[in-house]
Design a protein around this ligand. Structure first.
Ligand code: FPP
Length: 216
């Protein structure tokens, strides 16, 4: 099963406590740890988490910097856990706008966990579904592929994964969005063609193992 999550509500969680938004993101990173563990235990095959959209570059520079630092720290602290749990870690999205230090951390984590097979954990950073569909469409056309061929959709999905620097991943079975909004926000638009959608008002820092269990 492929489960994808739009992790929304960090800012509101912090605002309600009179804290800076970045504290909400740090708390959100703790939730990521908890939910990854729960997903491994639940036997989920692929988990894709929306960590940073291409549009998120428009946030205040300080917030962007802190988010990037959080991703880097996550890779440093969680790669060993992933290896021990047989989890393959992939960062999906564009690579050309990321800081070199973050790129090195990504490269390191991906190499170390490349052979892991229990779960495929994909973190979407600088991600845009529309852009990846455009990239795949270009590659599809350049290859002279036939959209009516029996395996055309599978081939297209493969090209989308390539455009996102992702190891092969299947279509999404269940999409979860926390934080109360009911929209897709340019996330996995092709892969969610047949996905079931689960929206919850729960803010991401409060999303629990129990909430995941209910969604499943
Ligand atoms: C949306 O909340 C969340 C993000 C833009 C970033 C997601 C990041 C994390 C969950 C933390 C770090 C992740 C990793 C992988 C270490 P928002 O700030 O838009 O919330 P709001 O809608 O309440 O303002």
């Amino acid at each position: 099963m492929h489960v994808a999550i739009i992790m929304d509500g960090n800012g509101r969680w912090a605002n309600r406590r009179g804290l800076p938004r970045t504290v909400g993101h740090a708390e959100g990173a703790r939730t990521v740890r908890r939910i990854v563990e729960a997903a491994v235990e639940a036997g989920i095959g692929t988990l894709t988490l929306y960590a940073f959209s291409a549009d998120n570059w428009g946030r205040p520079p300080d917030e962007v910097t802190r988010l990037m630092k959080l991703f880097q720290r996550y890779l440093f602290t969680e790669t060993q856990y992933c290896l021990e749990q047989d989890v393959r870690l992939n960062i999906v999205g564009r690579r050309d706008r990321l800081d070199p230090a973050l790129l090195r951390a990504i490269d390191n984590s991906e190499k170390i966990t490349a052979g892991c097979q229990r779960m495929h954990l994909r973190m979407a950073v600088d991600y845009s579904a529309r852009r990846s569909i455009q990239q795949a469409a270009l590659a599809f056309t350049r290859a002279g592929a036939d959209p009516d061929a029996p395996q055309a959709n599978a081939r297209f999905l493969g090209l989308i994964n390539e455009a996102n620097h992702s190891a092969q991943a299947p279509d999404v079975d269940l999409l979860i969005r926390t934080g109360g909004e009911k929209r897709l926000s340019d996330f996995l638009l092709w892969e969610c063609a047949y996905a079931e959608l689960h929206f919850t008002d729960c803010l991401w820092p409060e999303f629990s193992r129990e909430e995941l269990r209910k969604a499943l």
